[in-house]
Design a protein around this ligand. Structure first.
Ligand SMILES: [Zn+2]
Length: 239
């Protein structure tokens, strides 16, 4: 490698942002289970992995991107946070799909870490904070409050940028906008960095499940997230 080339390479890598994508659930923890018909079931964990892989594909053209899991395996919430430390992630993006006992519930929502006492949000938190090892019971409230204090401004700006892009990308596939929301997600609290938890659509809604399985939805959603992250980073860096 010529010296000038090395210098450019070092300069670029010094400024490169590291993004950690976190496909929800895995292994015996399936996440939400959707039904296409009586015999065909779809697991949230599989959809999360597929979608995170597509986001990675779009982002790695311009950024360093890692996954907390690249195949179907159980990963604890603490392990996901430890990976964020190991790869020195600047942003932590957790990828999920929603589910509800109201089978008509539909749409996508974007969460960032903050306290929320809304009952509907509490239900989503409960679903996503489930951990096989039960770490959710030992997450320290003082540490959560401190992390919120340190990250909420950046995470909110990131959420608005990503959700803004998603609104445009989801319209043609008919997934409705449920808004940007605050939520107490332990995986975000444990990662201690600016981040999001994406709820990309409802697997409990049979019509929506058919759409979110399609390649067109996956591609559009992934591109929306990648563009939104780029918008946020550009704005943060300034002109
Ligand atoms: Zn989930």
């Amino acid at each position: 490698m010529r010296p000038w080339f090395l210098l450019i390479f070092l300069t670029l890598s010094a400024h490169a942002n590291v993004i950690l994508l976190d496909p929800g659930h895995g292994g015996e923890e399936t996440g939400a289970v959707g039904k296409l018909d009586k015999s065909r079931r779809v697991f949230e964990k599989d959809l999360c992995l597929r979608l995170a892989g597509k986001i990675k594909h779009h982002l790695e053209k311009t950024h360093t991107v890692f996954l907390t899991r690249s195949f179907d395996r159980a990963v604890s919430l603490q392990e996901r946070a430890d990976i964020a430390d190991k790869v020195k992630a600047d942003l932590f993006i957790s990828v999920h799909f929603n589910s509800s006992t109201d089978l008509k519930a539909h749409g996508f929502e974007t969460y960032y870490l903050d306290n929320n006492h809304d009952a509907a949000v509490r239900k989503v938190e409960k679903q996503e904070n489930i951990s096989l090892k039960g770490e959710d019971l030992v997450v320290n409230q003082i540490l959560i409050d401190l992390t919120i204090q340190q990250t909420v401004q950046a995470s909110r700006a990131l959420a608005l940028a990503v959700h803004g892009q998603l609104k445009g990308h989801m319209k043609p596939v008919g997934i409705t906008n449920r808004g940007v929301k605050k939520g107490l997600f332990y995986v975000l609290a444990l990662s201690k960095r600016p981040g999001l938890l994406l709820e990309a659509g409802f697997v409990s809604n049979m019509k929506e499940l058919k759409t979110i399985q399609q390649e067109e939805f996956m591609e559009r959603y992934a591109l929306g997230v990648a563009n939104g992250i780029r918008d946020y980073l550009k704005k943060k860096k300034g002109p």
